[in-house]
Design a protein around this ligand. Structure first.
Ligand SMILES: NC(=O)c1ccc[n+]([C@@H]2O[C@H](COP(=O)([O-])OP(=O)(O)OC[C@H]3O[C@@H](n4cnc5c(N)ncnc54)[C@H](O)[C@@H]3O)[C@@H](O)[C@H]2O)c1
Ligand SMILES: O=C(O)C[C@H](O)C(=O)O
Ligand SMILES: [Mg+2]
Length: 614
C-alpha cells in the first residue's frame, strides 16, 4: 500500500522541504498525485518515474507534464528531453483513445484513465472533454460504482486525503501541514465517509472513488482548475462485513462508528478544513441519510458547504421537472398545479428532491402546505402515513416526518401499485436503490391515466435503476417523459430517435460550487440551490426544447455550468451573501461571460499566475 504513514511522509517532507513537521503525529497522511501534489514531496519522486516512461511534452520536446498542471513541475535538463521520443499532444491523445478502444471492460477503462489522470492530468482532461458523452459513464456513474466496490483491489496509488478516525486528534496538524506544502489552495473539497456509495451500500474507504469522480466532473464540466480540487474520504470503519474481511482492504477493518462518534470526527474535519483552506467550498457526498441530514443541518449556516445528494439532486430534479411538467400539462390540458408526484424511496435523496420540487408548486402560487400535499413518499414499509405503526410508535426517521400523509383516513398502502391506484399520480420518481422496482403494471397504469407520464427512475448505478429507458418507452407507447440517474443510450422507437434525460446531480453541482466560489458567498443558501435549478431549466437551447429534451445535452456541460453558476451568483447577491463586489451589477450574460473566461482548459496557459482563479 502506497499510503504514507506519517513516519514516511515525515521523512519525505524532511528531505524535500523546509516545512517543519511535528514529531507527535502518527496520522495517516496521504498526498494526492493528481489533484494537489505538494510542491516538493511525493510529486518529486513520481515525476522522476514519469519522465522515464511517459514522454509527452509539448511538441515532443518539453519536459514531462507536471503532476498538477502549471504547477509543481520538476523541469528536466534539455539533454534528457532530447533523448526521448518526440510525441505530440495530438499523438498522446490519439494513443489514449486507441488504448481505450482496445480495452473492452469499463472497469479496466476506468483504471487506465485513473492512471493517466494521476500521471498527466492535462492529457486526461483533454480526453474527457473530447468525448464526455462516452467517458462520463466510465469516470462517473455507473462504472465509478464498481471502481469503489473494488477500490482496494485496483488501488493504483493515493488520490487524495484518506483521513482515519483513529487519527482524528491530528486532523488540524495533518491539514495544516498539507496546506503548507501546496502552491495553490484547494477550491473544492468533495468529502465522503463511504457509508452510502450510490445505491451500493457501505463501501468504507472505497468511497474515495466517488470523491475523485465528482471532482473529475468539476473540472471537465465546470471548468475548475484540477489544482483546485481535493478529494477526501473520512474512514470510520465499514458495516460491510465482506469488505472488512478482505485481506486487501485498505481502510479500518472495524464496524462503522455510530452517528455520535461520526459527528465528533466530522466536527474536527470541518474545523480543520475551514482553518487550513479558508476559501474552499466543501461538498458532502454519499453519507448515509441520517448523517447526511444531520451534517447539512449543522454546517449549512456556519460553513461554505452543501450536500450534493440532498440539495444537488433536489436542484437537478426540480430543473427537469419544470420542463417535464410543462410538457405533460400541454399534452393533457390540465393545470400545472394538478401534478401529483409519487416517490419510491424515503432516504436523503427522496426527501431532498421532494422538498426542492415543492418550489415548482410554490412558483405556481401554492402555499407551503398545498405544495407539500402534491407529494406521496413510499419507503420499505409502504406509504408514509400518520397511522402507520412505526409512525404511531414514534419510530419514523426524523427526515421523513415532514412528508407524513395525514389524509389517508387510517388506510395503509403497502405497495407502489396500491399507492398508484389510490393517488393516480402524474409523475413517478425512483430513489429506492431497487432495480426494476417500476414494474410493468404500474408503468402501464401511469400511461393509461396520463397522456405524457413523467417517470424518473433515479437510483444509481444502472444495476439499481428502477426502470430501463427501453421498458419505459415500450410500456407507455413511447409517451414517457423520462430521466434516469445513470445514462441510457438513445433508442430508435418506431422510427424516431428518442434521447433519454439523465437526471443526475452532475448537471448542477459544478455550477453550484463555481457560483459559490465566484460570488465569494459565505454560505450556500436554499435560495442559491433553487436558483441553480431554475437556471438549469432555462439552459436548454431552442433546438433541445423543440426535441422534447428535459435537460441540456451533455456536450454543452461547460456552458450549462456557467449558466447555473451565474444563477447561483445572482441568488447570493440577492441574499446579501456575496463578497465579490466586482461582480455586483453585472447582467446574467456578463456574469456567464466572466465565468466562462475563468474556466480552466488543458494545455491553455490560464494558470493562477496569469488569470485570477474563481
Ligand atoms: N440521480 C441522482 O443524481 C441521484 C442523486 C442522489 C442519490 N441518487 C440515488 O438515490 C438512491 C437513494 O439514495 P439515498 O441516499 O436516499 O439512499 P437511502 O438508502 O437512504 O434511501 C433509500 C430509500 O429507499 C427505500 N427503499 C428501499 N427499497 C425499497 C423498496 N423496494 N420499496 C420502497 N422503498 C424502498 C428505503 O426505505 C429508503 O427510504 C441511490 O441509489 C442513489 O444512487 C441518485
Ligand atoms: O453519484 C451520482 O451519480 C449521483 C448521486 O450523487 C448518487 O449518489 O447517486
Ligand atoms: Mg451522491
Amino acid at each position: 500500500m502506497i499510503i504514507a504513514r506519517a513516519q514516511s511522509a515525515r521523512t519525505l517532507l524532511r528531505t524535500h522541504t523546509s516545512c517543519p513537521l511535528p514529531t507527535t503525529t502518527t496520522a495517516t497522511l496521504i498526498v494526492s498525485r493528481q489533484y494537489h501534489s505538494p510542491v516538493k514531496t511525493t510529486a518529486m519522486t513520481t515525476s522522476h518515474k514519469l519522465s522515464a516512461h511517459l514522454p509527452n511534452g509539448a511538441n515532443g520536446a518539453g519536459p514531462s507534464p507536471p503532476l498538477t498542471p502549471k504547477s509543481n513541475s520538476i523541469p528536466l535538463g534539455r539533454g534528457v528531453a532530447l533523448a526521448r521520443p518526440k510525441i505530440t499532444r495530438e499523438q498522446s491523445l490519439l494513443r489514449l483513445q486507441q488504448q481505450l478502444r482496445d480495452t473492452p471492460s469499463p472497469l479496466n477503462k476506468h483504471g487506465l484513465l485513473s492512471r493517466v489522470r494521476q500521471q498527466d492530468p492535462e492529457l486526461f482532461f483533454s480526453a474527457i472533454q473530447a468525448d464526455l458523452v462516452n467517458l462520463a459513464p466510465i469516470v462517473y456513474t455507473p462504472t465509478v460504482g464498481e471502481a469503489c466496490q473494488k477500490y482496494s483491489h485496483v488501488y493504483g496509488g493515493p488520490e487524495g486525503l484518506y483521513l482515519s478516525i483513529e487519527d482524528q486528534n491530528q486532523l488540524p496538524t495533518i491539514l495544516a501541514e498539507y496546506a503548507a506544502t501546496l502552491k495553490h489552495q484547494p477550491q473544492i473539497i468533495v468529502v465522503t465517509d463511504g457509508s452510502r456509495i450510490l445505491g451500493l451500500g457501505d463501501l468504507g474507504l472505497g468511497g474515495m472513488g466517488i470523491s475523485v469522480g465528482k471532482l473529475n466532473l468539476y473540472v471537465a464540466g465546470g471548468g475548475l482548475d484540477p489544482a483546485g480540487t481535493l478529494p477526501v474520504v473520512l474512514d470510520m470503519g465499514t458495516n460491510t462485513e465482506s469488505i472488512r474481511n478482505d485481506p486487501l482492504y485498505l481502510g479500518l477493518k472495524k464496524p462503522r462508528v455510530g452517528l455520535d462518534e461520526a459527528s465528533v470526527f466530522m466536527e474536527k474535519f470541518m474545523e480543520a478544513a475551514a482553518n487550513a483552506f479558508p476559501n474552499t467550498v466543501i461538498q458532502h457526498e454519499d453519507f448515509y441519510s441520517e448523517a447526511a441530514f444531520a451534517f447539512l443541518d449543522k454546517y449549512q449556516n456556519t460553513h461554505r458547504m452543501f450536500n450534493d445528494d440532498i440539495q444537488g439532486t433536489g436542484s437537478v430534479i426540480l430543473g427537469g421537472f419544470i420542463k417535464a411538467a410543462r410538457q405533460a400539462s400541454k399534452a393533457s390540458g390540465r393545470p400545472l398545479t394538478d401534478h401529483k408526484v409519487v416517490f419510491l424511496g424515503g432516504g436523503s435523496a427522496a426527501v431532498g428532491v421532494a422538498k426542492e420540487m415543492m418550489n415548482f408548486f410554490k412558483m405556481q402560487g401554492l402555499s407551503e402546505d398545498e405544495a407539500r400535499d402534491r407529494f406521496w413518499l413510499i419507503d420499505t414499509k409502504g406509504l408514509i402515513t400518520s397511522t402507520r405503526y412505526d409512525v404511531v410508535a414514534g419510530k419514523l426517521a426524523a427526515h421523513k416526518e415532514y412528508f407524513i400523509r395525514k389524509d389517508t383516513e387510517g388506510k395503509e398502502y403497502k405497495t407502489l401499485q396500491e399507492v398508484v391506484d389510490y393517488v393516480q399520480p402524474t409523475a413517478l420518481v425512483g430513489l429506492s436503490t431497487t432495480f426494476g422496482a417500476f414494474e410493468e403494471p404500474v408503468v402501464r397504469q401511469l400511461a393509461a391515466t396520463n397522456e405524457a407520464p413523467i417517470i424518473f427512475p433515479l437510483s444509481n448505478p444502472t444495476s439499481k435503476c428502477e426502470l430501463s429507458f427501453e421498458d419505459a418507452l415500450n410500456w407507455t407507447d413511447g409517451r414517457v417523459l423520462f430521466a434516469s440517474g445513470s445514462p441510457y443510450d438513445p433508442i430508435t422507437y418506431h422510427g424516431q430517435l428518442r434521447e433519454p434525460g439523465q437526471g443526475n446531480n452532475f448537471l448542477v453541482f459544478p455550477g453550484i460550487g463555481l457560483g459559490a466560489l465566484a460570488s465569494g458567498a459565505k454560505h450556500i443558501t436554499d435560495e442559491m440551490i433553487t436558483a441553480s435549478a431554475i437556471a438549469l431549466s432555462e439552459a436548454l437551447t431552442p433546438e433541445e426544447t423543440e426535441a422534447g429534451l428535459l435537460y441540456p445535452r451533455l456536450n454543452r456541460i461547460r456552458e450549462v455550468s456557467a449558466k447555473v453558476a451565474a444563477g447561483v451568483v445572482i441568488a447570493a447577491q440577492k441574499a446579501g451573501e456575496d463578497t465579490a463586489i466586482e461582480l455586483r451589477g453585472l447582467t446574467e450574460e456578463q456574469l456567464i461571460d466572466e465565468l466562462k473566461k475563468k474556466q480552466w482548459s488543458p494545455y491553455v496557459d490560464n494558470s493562477p499566475s496569469t488569470t485570477p482563479r474563481l
